[in-house]
Design a protein around this ligand. Structure first.
Ligand code: ADP
Ligand code: 5GP
Length: 210
């Protein structure tokens, strides 16, 4: 049987990963969301087991010691990780997986998951990123500053991703991700790489934001 493809999506916090990934998952019945573990508290509307497995730090550390994670990282004071169990069942049963993770975790994945494809989302600009984080209203002013400071460093990591897509209008960004997913499934990525290959997309983005 065909093994599923892991698609790793990363972006600086506030770019719109969650929003865009949700829309993509709604469109594509063969794509499953990889449910991560985290030690942060649930936000309003988040459901344990659907959005995250919400665990205490002790439980998280125990799983680390047992080798239960493919990757894990600390981000903004909390621990996040992708368990082996989250990947095994969907991939073995032929379903493609969407992993929405931050860049240190994506970097670990690059070394550990040979068949993963790496997609980076870019904010239209830093000003828009700041505005989205503030408008989301889930983080204190201090936490927003912290996430913005991290964003600068996170952007450097784009160099090991396969694709980069700007999240300006949501629908266009979701169309682009879908095009990439379908190209990878079909094993014909020439057009998708011409349009969204990291180098091309990044050069275009730098020209537009400088
Ligand atoms: P992330 O998961 O990358 O941290 P979110 O998906 O939580 O980001 O999005 C951050 C905020 O920006 C949310 O309030 C969301 O509604 C908004 N947002 C996301 N994508 C767009 C977009 N393309 N245009 C305008 N606002 C957006
Ligand atoms: P949030 O607290 O906003 O849900 O997530 C903070 C950051 O952690 C986001 O960039 C999110 O993508 C990332 N994240 C979520 N799950 C995982 C995971 O399993 N591993 C890693 N490394 N990062 C994750």
């Amino acid at each position: 049987m065909r093994r599923g493809i892991p698609f790793v999506v990363a972006a600086p916090s506030g770019t719109g990963k969650t929003t865009v990934c949700r829309a993509l998952l709604k469109r594509d019945p063969n794509l499953r969301f990889s449910v991560s573990h985290t030690t942060r508290l649930p936000r309003e509307g988040e459901v344990d087991g659907r959005d995250y497995h919400f665990v205490r730090a002790e439980g998280f550390r125990k799983l680390v010691e047992e080798g239960g994670f493919v990757e894990h990282a600390e981000y903004a004071g909390h621990l996040y990780g992708t368990s082996r169990a989250a990947l095994r069942e969907p991939l073995d049963s032929g379903l493609d997986l969407l992993l929405e993770i931050e860049v240190q975790g994506a970097q670990q994945m690059r070394d550990r998951l040979d068949d993963a494809r790496f997609l980076f989302l870019l904010p239209p600009s830093f000003e828009v990123l700041e505005e989205r984080l503030r408008r989301r209203g889930t983080d204190s002013a201090e936490a927003v500053e912290h996430r913005l400071a991290l964003a600068d460093r996170e952007l450097e990591a784009v160099s090991f991703f396969d694709y980069a897509v700007v999240n300006d209008a949501i629908a266009d960004c979701v169309d682009a991700l879908q095009e990439i997913v379908e190209a990878e499934r079909a094993g014909d990525t020439r057009l998708a790489r011409e349009r969204f290959g990291r180098e091309v997309a990044l050069a275009r983005w730098r020209a537009a934001t400088s």
